[in-house]
Design a protein around this ligand. Sequence first.
Ligand code: ATP
Ligand code: MG
Length: 180
Amino acid sequence: MQFKRIEMQGFKSFADPVCIELNDGITCIVGPNGSGKSNISDALRWVLGEQSPKQLRGNKMDEVIFAGTTSRKPKGMAEVSLVVDNSSGMLPVDYNEVAVTRRMYRSGESEYLINGNNCRLKDVRELFMDTGIGVDGYSIIGQGKIQEIVSTKPENRREIFEEAAGIVSYKTRKQDAERK
Ligand code: ATP
Ligand code: MG
């Protein structure tokens, strides 16, 4: 499964709509300090359902909305879409291309969409579960993460292997069933 593109508008420093194409092979993002490189990985985390502003290098979630500059007004909404190629069928949906979208308004209201249809955060989580891609997956290795893996408790380290082995969705469903 491959990421095809990231589209965003009103997200952090990306006030205007941008589309970042991710072609075959490795994509490197280069640019001067403060030009928005890390904001792109924040966008990726955010669209996958990140709930912690700290993980997005902020204090409050609405800080992801473009805050304006001396010459530009702030935006009222942030939107990020991640488009993935699902021709391998790794994601459990009948589409060759899957677009996951998250929107957030200044009112605090949030929306998630899969291929343009409104859905819950839970649906986005479940879509990527056991693919290694979700927020709790191992596909986004932030600063300090390797150190954390090495020094964490064995139980926590085990969770990383469980995600890689693809059994997290079964564990989650078992826990849900036991709670009912
Ligand atoms: P470095 O090379 O130092 O790591 P970088 O390219 O990763 O830099 P980022 O951290 O992605 O840079 O971008 C920081 C910039 O994004 C800052 O100029 C900051 O003002 C801007 N920024 C962050 N949040 C917002 C927001 N909500 N509205 C407008 N600009 C924002
Ligand atoms: Mg950076």
